[in-house]
Design a protein around this ligand. Structure first.
Ligand SMILES: NC(=O)c1ccc[n+]([C@@H]2O[C@H](COP(=O)([O-])OP(=O)(O)OC[C@H]3O[C@@H](n4cnc5c(N)ncnc54)[C@H](OP(=O)(O)O)[C@@H]3O)[C@@H](O)[C@H]2O)c1
Length: 317
């Protein structure tokens, strides 16, 4: 299997590359942004045509929340135009497109959203991701939208954490572990104005589910997430326990306004992934199982064993 990955040097992309190449022996092309800019239609078409992939996993985004509101043209290009370029290149070569998407296409009142729940984004990022989903679903000859959420894990291309905490769940577990291990207390933010309930996902598990979607030719919308939804503070305390750290060192408190800013953020973005698990023939991991494997990855620098995701048989599409 030959797979072309955009955003391969990002957090999620680096997990996709490692899982597909190392665990499944896929031949992977993961050009950097400097090598192939996804907003450049010709560059994308040339690179995809040269590699002749069976599938493209499109992870790249303009990951700059401030720029999304400040420069709407750049934002549109970095999400929607880039996705159209990837889809057109895939269609020209017969490749299956998998768009990595997000639980933030929902408005925060749609907790437990199933794969067929209509999106209702409330901020620029959610809007641009929902628009990108439509481009893929309506334009690609073979199309999958893989929504992921609350991603925890190792950034294999750039191990240093970019930030301690933000309005979403990203990097929360890893920074909490780093702080507690340094002997300091960690305050998990809690507020009606941030994302407080979600369905945490180990990045390498999301990549494993994406692999199953490609391998089995599963199209449409999938929720490639963990098997349990949780609130931020419980996640913080359960993370501490999973790492044999003291949950009493985890406090709850208001977010830092300088970090959170004024963007509207969906409160409860928990996802129901039962239909995805059934289609892909897997049992999604419990939160504690997922945290145990996160610990293995952070402590060993190796991919954790697949756990319950290893037993599925990849049910045909
Ligand atoms: N992380 C999460 O918690 C989370 C949750 C839900 C969904 N997602 C989805 O997961 C995907 C990946 O997110 P991430 O967290 O891995 O972000 P990330 O670490 O910021 O990675 C994004 C990657 O895209 C690349 N990129 C940006 N603009 C590009 C362009 N014009 N051409 C080519 N490459 C470009 C970046 O390259 P440079 O570094 O060189 O700019 C970077 O490698 C996104 O689709 C996001 O919506 C993430």
């Amino acid at each position: 299997m030959r797979v072309f990955v955009t955003g391969a040097r990002g957090f999620v992309g680096s997990n996709v590359v490692r899982v597909l190449a190392e665990r499944h022996g896929a031949e992977v092309a993961g050009p950097s942004r400097a090598q192939v800019d996804t907003t450049d239609a010709d560059a994308v078409a040339r690179a995809v045509d040269a590699f002749e992939p069976d599938a493209i996993v499109h992870c790249a985004i303009l990951n700059d929340p401030v720029a999304l509101d400040r420069d709407r043209r750049a934002a549109w290009d970095g999400y929607v135009v880039a996705t159209r370029n990837v889809v057109d290149a895939a269609n020209a070569t017969g490749a299956h497109v998998v768009l990595i998407s997000t639980d933030w296409v929902f408005d925060g009142t749609q907790g437990g959203a199933t794969e067929d729940e209509p999106p209702n984004p409330i901020n620029a990022y959610g809007f641009l991701k929902a628009a990108s989903e439509l481009v893929v679903l309506e334009r690609a000859a073979r199309a999958t939208v893989a929504r992921i959420a609350g991603v925890a894990g190792v950034h294999w291309a750039r191990p240093a954490l970019p930030r301690e905490q933000d309005a979403g769940f990203g990097y929360l577990c890893a920074s909490l572990v780093q702080t507690l291990r340094a002997g300091r207390r960690f305050t998990v933010w809690e507020s009606p104005d941030i994302n407080c309930i979600a369905t945490p996902t180990l990045a390498s598990d999301a990549a494993e589910l994406v692999w199953r979607a490609i391998e089995g030719g599963h199209e449409g919308v999938l929720h490639c997430v963990g098997g349990e939804s949780v609130d931020r503070v419980s996640l913080g305390r359960r993370t501490a326990r999973a790492f044999d750290l003291d949950p009493e060192m985890v406090d709850a408190g208001p977010p830092d306004p300088a970090v959170v800013g004024s963007m509207r953020v969906p409160y409860d973005t928990s996802l129901d992934a039962a239909a995805t698990a059934m289609r892909l023939g897997v049992e999604l991991p419990t939160l504690d199982a997922m945290l145990g494997r996160l610990r293995k990855e952070l402590d060993t620098g190796e991919l954790a064993p697949r756990g319950t995701l290893g037993d599925g048989r990849g049910v045909a599409a």
